[in-house]
Design a protein around this ligand. Sequence first.
Ligand code: BG6
Length: 518
Amino acid sequence: MDDQLDELMVCRLNQTRKTVEPCSIVIFGASGDLTARKLIPALYHLHKEKQLPSSYRVIGFARREKSDADWRTELRAALNQFSRTKPVDEQVWTEFAANVFYCQGEFSDSAAYGKLEQMLTSFGQPALRDNLLFYLATSPSQFGECVQQLHEARLLRKGEEGPGWQRLVVEKPFGHDLASARQLNAELTRYASERQVFRIDHYLGKETVQNILMFRFSNSIFERLWNRDSVDHVQITVSESLGVGQRGGYYEEAGALRDMVQNHLLQVMSLVAIEPPVSLDAEPIRDEKVKLLKSIRPLTPADVAKNVVRGQYFAGTVDGELRPGYRQEPKVKSDSNTETFVALKLFVDNWRWSGVPFYLRTGKYLPLSASEVRIQFRPTPNVLFAAQCGTKLDPNALTLRLQPEEGISLRFNGKVPGTSTSVRPVRMSFSYNSEFGAYTPEAYERLLLEAVAGDATLFIRSDEVEAAWSIADSIRQGWNGQALTNREFYSAGTWGPVASEDLLAQRGHVWRNPQANK
Ligand code: BG6
């Protein structure tokens, strides 16, 4: 009965959303891993769920010579491997594949863009020629070239003057520091306006990350506590039980700071900490995120030494199997100083959060893969139960579990039943799976759909990306290229170097590690 009432109470917010218009989606770098693992499975599922426009085409643009049929065969094999629903539905695949084409060409060859233009025209519908989503799944060094060629081939019009619309979707890494991000922004906005650029951070496509704003601003009881008066500190953990595997070449240049902190962790933190936006439209939300990122206290080299811990894994056991050290991974230098772990303490210098530490950490080859935000509330006054139990009286905590076993739990103290007077923490939990069933669309499904619909809320604006790079750059400057010290290594399968525990101990805090099977 209650369940039925809950269903009646569902409030649908995106009913006023623009209907998706017929369009063509062109993927640059179509032979890459991202296309096979994420983009094609996402598009296949969107087709399956009838979310794509009534008429659409997907065109893979890449250097290798192959026919449409060859590409479809490759994609079908990838789908068998990476689809979130299995087996692949034959009928859906056949319908979907009929919309998929391949255009061979070098990114720098203007004739190839002419060929692309002809292909788009040959589809015979103006919308499939003029409404264009260009997905740049290429190396950032090629963005500038692609965009210029698209402009010259009259496929991309700045400000969308003329018929239809054109959008650029760009993948991370968006630059490797502030200067290169600015340079990329300049290259992209030479031939497209900012509102045509959709910068991806796939964490924003995750259900639970989107739920942070909904949780905060559709409930009055928690938001009242969401400030320095009630919150003692915040912990954000994004841990992975995998190592860098075959991505050593990329990772050597990136490291955990650029790969995870500059984007995913700072995005999650900004959603946890922003002020209420004036509306749910893209710009007000992004304005608040920029304000928040700019309120993070800048880190001097002395702050970095005190408040940022980096680490690198050496050989150890994860999930019962011995794993190699980072320096033994393929394409990694044997004396590499690249960090595979970062823990840091940040302060937000605004009215709401002044003095509240935000602890962020991420790492490869940690004991399990889990992402969590923990809001740790202040302890009770030191009287009554606290006076007797001391630190054994656990302060209240609210945990937003972002993945896996998505959910929210509130920890408070309760009386242990019986004649003795004992108190211990108990938990009130909401689990996505038990409440809504195991439907978890991939982040890329949501993101692709939003880009097709032209809603930029879940994408990163240029000033946002630049504000996040300023923070990452100040940390890198603090490290100043110095070699890792012994204290900065951790065994694969542990929660990072000891220095990470010390970072919290400075204020009497401890990391609360995510648990498996919560
Ligand atoms: C990517 C990073 O952006 O995010 C990877 O490049 C990382 O190193 C991945 O493994 C984590 O994403 P998820 O969705 O698995 O948490």
